[in-house]
Design a protein around this ligand. Structure first.
Ligand code: F3S
Length: 417
């Protein structure tokens, strides 16, 4: 790789062993991907926050960087940790595990991250500008920031994200390059009336389907309604990045690199077209639904972390009702969004109804202790539908937001599923 004078000095150790180590990792990675140079980034988002993803070895690596003088070089947000620090005892986390999470959290605080602890940093503080290069990991956030914001990042691996934050740069490869941002296959929506795409769950199912087919290609979606919101695209992003490995998509007439189909495809005429019909969506949803009983043990929302608007919608739906005994209702978000929801009066309504607001963490990143094995979850998240069965050995039924609230209140699968 061709390095600038400053990069040579970083690599030589002039800025300390921590920065040098980060640069050694990044140069190796750049060579691996055939990058010719680095690109400076304006900000970073670290995925490697959960103890369950990087364990002791990852913790030691972050501590090593800190002890050797490294600090983040650009504003850096961070993903959920493996523990809700305000309520971990009630959520089944052991003392020993919580202590390990504390150790990792302390290391990151010393490194200088903004303690957002969320997988949706774009609804908190970290909103890049169109065209800007950033160094993000966390698959939903990568997909969202590339596609909905039009900033540029690759799907960076855990701990490489930390090195990028410390070095303030990333090897220029993949989605940082214009030619790797063009649409590669077209999903054409056909036969949907206005009842469709009113709720995030349809975006999650469509995202999962697109991800499964596209794998790591760039899908272009044509036919989504103009009323599509950021929260809808958040659901789509998360599902597309877990149904496959999508890191960039375009929605014609909605996302910034797709004002037209031609723009999304960068003029290419050689592409595959896939028709998406209501029947195909129903079939995908049936495949995601693995639940085989009427009783619901857990309603899980907030994968990715909920926005204040989404929390408000749940509060409105559940006001005056109570969560059924024997059913848990988790609402996962970050503490900044929790504080907004508290000020808006939503938290009192939700907690009064018996829902649990999980802050700065999520079930799939928490200590695995088998307490959910074999349980039946209802969720509106395509990502949770993929991860929770794999990580927590649970069965899933997908529902829209109203259906989730109904399931929480009755303890039963909502009728419309
Ligand atoms: Fe976020 Fe956890 Fe889902 S990190 S995207 S809530 S698996």
């Amino acid at each position: 790789m061709k390095l600038t004078e400053k990069e040579e000095r970083m690599l030589k150790g002039d800025m300390g062993r921590g920065v040098q180590c980060a640069m050694e990792v990044l140069v190796k990675m750049g060579e691996l991907y055939g990058a010719e140079e680095f690109v400076e980034v304006k900000n970073a988002h670290i995925d490697a926050a959960a103890y369950t993803t990087i364990w002791d070895a990852g913790t030691e690596f972050v501590e090593f960087l800190v002890e050797n003088g490294a600090r983040v070089a650009v504003p850096t947000t961070i993903n959920p940790m493996s523990v809700d620090r305000r309520n971990w005892r009630n959520l089944g986390t052991s003392e020993e595990f919580a202590a390990k999470c504390d150790r990792l959290e302390n290391a990151y605080m010393k490194l200088g991250v903004n303690p957002t602890w969320t997988c949706a940093p774009y609804q908190c503080t970290n909103v890049p500008m169109f065209g800007e290069s950033v160094a993000w990991s966390e698959s939903n956030a990568v997909d969202y920031v590339n596609s909905v914001v039009g900033a540029r990042t690759e799907r960076l691996p855990d701990l490489v994200d930390v090195c990028c934050a410390v070095a303030g740069r990333v090897p220029k490869y993949g989605r940082y390059l214009d030619e790797n941002r063009k649409g590669e296959l077209l999903f054409e929506l056909e036969g949907f009336d206005d009842a469709w795409f009113q709720d995030n769950v349809d975006y999650a199912v469509l995202g999962y389907l697109a991800g499964e087919i596209a794998i790591n290609r760039v899908p272009v979606i044509k036919g989504l309604p103009q009323r599509t919101t950021q929260d809808n695209l958040k659901s789509f992003s998360a599902a597309a990045a877990s149904g496959g490995a999508v890191s960039l998509f375009h929605v014609v007439g909605i996302t910034p690199e797709a004002p037209t189909l031609e723009a999304a495809l960068q003029g290419t005429t050689d592409y595959e077209t896939i028709k998406i019909t209501p029947d195909r969506m129903r079939e995908m949803r049936r495949r995601l639904n693995t639940g085989d009983k009427e009783q619901v043990d857990m309603v899980l929302t907030g994968c990715p972390h909920l926005s204040v608007d989404e929390i408000g919608q749940i509060a409105k739906e559940i006001e005056g009702k109570k969560v059924c005994e024997g059913t848990d209702f988790w609402i996962q978000t970050s503490h900044p969004i929790y504080e907004l929801a508290k000020m808006a009066g939503y938290v009192d309504v939700l907690e009064g109804a018996g829902a649990v607001l999980v802050r700065d963490s999520c079930l799939m990143e928490m200590e695995y202790n088998g307490m959910w094995t074999g349980k039946h979850f209802v969720t509106n998240s395509g990502k949770a539908a993929q991860y929770a069965p794999a990580i927590n050995s649970v069965k899933i039924t997908m529902a829209d937001l109203k259906g989730c609230v109904k399931a929480a209140v009755t303890g039963k699968v909502p009728e419309e599923v």
